[in-house]
Structures are given as C-alpha cells and as structure tokens.
Design a protein around this ligand. Sequence first.
Ligand code: 5AD
Ligand code: SF4
Length: 443
Amino acid sequence: MNETTSQTDSGKRYYIETYGCQMNEYDSSLVAGILEERGYEKSDLAEDADLILVNTCSVREKAEDTALQKLDSIAHLKRKRPGTRLGVIGCMAENRREQILARIPQVDLLLGPDHYDKLGSALDAGAPRRGATTGLGVDRNQTYEGFFPAAPSTVSAFVAIQRGCDKKCTYCIVPFTRGPERSRPSHDILEETRRLVDKGVVEINLLGQTVNSWRSDISFAQLLRELGRIDGVRRIRFTSPHPRHFTESVCLAMAETPAVCPHVHMPVQSGSSRVLRAMRRQYGRDQYLAIVERLRRHIPDVAITTDIIAGYPGETREEHLETLSLMEEVRFDSAFMFAYSARPGTPAALEPETISPQEKLARLQEIIELQQSHSAQRLSEQVGRIEEVLLEGSSRRDEREWIGKTPHFRKVLLHPGPEARPGTILPVRLLARRGTVLRGEVA
Ligand code: 5AD
Ligand code: SF4
C-alpha cells in the first residue's frame, strides 16, 4: 500500500502529545496508524517511548508557548535517555522551524502537516548526525489517499475530508501552515468510514477548515446523504462549516438524512459587518443572520454553536457591542471565545493594535459572561424532554455514572447508568441542568 508497511520496528513504542484543533487530533491518529503498521506500539507515557512526537498548533500565541514548554521538558527526558527520538509535527514544525531548533536542539525530526507520509523513510534513515530530518513546505496535492488512522478507542471518530484552507481570513495562520484547500476523494472517505464502523464506531465527525466547501466527484450535500446510507453509521457531524457555503441543499441534506445531527458549529467571529469585512470573512452580519434563519427553517430545533474573536485590531467599542447584540439575536448554544492574538506573517499582524490588552480582555469577559447565560438558558430549556442519548463511556469520577450526548451535542450524565455498552443509543428523560451538563434517566 505505502512505504510504511514493513514491520521494521516491532517492539518499539511511540508516544504522541497533541495540541490544538480536531484536525491535529485526526492527524495524530493518522501518524499512529503509520507507526502501528511498522510494528510500533502505543505508550501512554513519554518516559517509556522510543519515539516521542509532539503535534503542535500555531493558531494563537498561547498554543505555541504551551507546546514549546512541553518540548523543553521532553528534551530534558531525552538527555537522560539519548536513544529516544524526538519529533515535532504539525503547524509549528511548518512555521517555527528555526525557533524550535534553536531552543530545543534535541529535536531530530520535523514534519509539517503535508509530510506525514515521509515518517517511515525518516525512521529508516536513523537519527541525523546534525540538525534534524525535515519534511516541510506545502504540498498542494497531499490528501493522504490510501492512509487510514489507527483504530480509535472511542465510539465516535473524526474523518478528515478536506485539508488546508482557501479563505485567507486576515488573522489566521492556518492557510500558511496547512496550505490551500484540498478535498479528499469520496471513495476514500466512504472506505475510512466503513472501516471505522467495523471497529465499533457509530458516530463520525467530518473535519475540514471550511468543511462544507468540500467537493470531489459529488457535492458536500451528496456526501452527507451517501454517508447516511452506510449501515452502522448512527450519527454524522461535521466541523467547521463556513457560513458562505451553507447552501439550501446542505440544509436539505441535513434535514432529510436521519443520521445527520441537528447541530451546527458555524464560526461567526464578530457581529460587526465592518470588522467582518476587515477580517475578509466573505459575509456580513445580515448574511450570517439569514443563514441562521435558513437553518432554523429547515431544522427547527437546531443547536448552533460558534467561535468569536474579541478585540480584532481597530474594533471599536460600538463594534464590540454589535457582537453582543448578534449573540442576543442568535442565542448560541455554546461558543469558543478568544482574545485576538497577532500571528506573525498574517495580514492582520501588520495592523496596529489599537486596543489595550486590558480592554481586549474586558471585551472577551463580556462576551464570555453573555454566552454563559445563553448556554445555561438553552440547556435549561431542554429539561423535561426525552432525547436519544449516545452512551460514550462511564465518567472518570464514578464508574456507575455514564456520559452521553444528545443529537444536539448536549452532554448528559446518567446516574446510575444503565446496563449497556458504549455506542448504545437510548431514550433519556432530561431531569435537570447541572452547570454545563444535563442530568437524565433512561425513559
Ligand atoms: N486570534 C484569536 N483567535 C483566532 N482564531 C483563529 N486565529 C486566531 C487569532 N489570530 C480562532 C477563530 C477560529 C478558531 C479556530 O480560532 O475563532 O474560528
Ligand atoms: Fe482560518 Fe478563516 Fe480558514 Fe478558518 S476559514 S481556517 S479562520 S482562514
């Protein structure tokens, strides 16, 4: 199949630490698949591994700092065990190469997101005498066709259907680290899904930076319908759609395919059309609200979640208030909320930062508080309903307590849990809200 199939490394152990987005989590499972085909076994401890990989994220400064600190401590470990090989993969391998090698000379492998297929040959080549083995730069044809991730340990799995991004939002580093948008062929996606189902997966989450712009021989809407026809696929999710590509046909495919969940994570970023234009988001406030309206028309109780950035360069107090008022209009079920972080190399990083760090954090705090109240209200509205809950596993705190999700992606705790296996879907009466989760009992 590929160059990595020979069992040359049986008995060796690998450890992967993953930072950042779900795409990175998926990529780590892809890399794990390559290693396991070579005979490597997974280790839960970096200390026990022959190969340590850190999959890194560049989306905000904090993510980069966390990964660098982790690398410092792993480098320390490597000094004690010089035979261990240390690799950095992901977005920082791509755009922070010099900084990583200067700070952590113990790194002997650097692979950007389009170069994981070179892992096998890099391992065959052995440790370089000087510097690090690298695979860097964007490969605009890379879709990892014929590569499949390692078996998941959960009943829910990611399936990357697209790599890279063509949108070039001004604040975002992703188009630089992951390159232009590429759609994976539909036969590969369907094949991967069938393999996952054979291993006990019942829920798939399709991944892409702008997942609904995916297109190969068929459209994204048709892909949803095709996946919905695979026996054993009980739930289909996708993240993150871009508002511009939320067409009527995607809404119809969602509404008409029972396995597609009534939940949409649709990043808005700002409620101000002026700021959205400055960000080059390709939609304005009214267009976003129109798409929300379209979604609610087709799927009346759809859950909508989002991403919001506070304090984009030049954002005025009034424009910030527009974000709050958009939140009031939509009443998102939940949101990921971030303070703007300048990423060197992006167009926005050239803009003067007009907002003080204190003001930026104050705006973020206002957004968080409003969202917390909306999240609580939206959850409380569910109490009394009966929902189909997918049982994921028992909670870490108490083995008798089960954790599950509703189709709307709401977390439910069942205590005591039923006699059942993970992956079972049961009707559950929602009894009460407890913080950010719901408590329920089998109906
Ligand atoms: N600063 C803050 N947040 C950012 N995001 C992306 N780039 C930045 C940045 N430079 C956020 C966006 C995106 C999410 C994945 O991360 O909200 O949707
Ligand atoms: Fe970044 Fe915009 Fe692409 Fe999302 S759509 S990955 S925010 S450039």
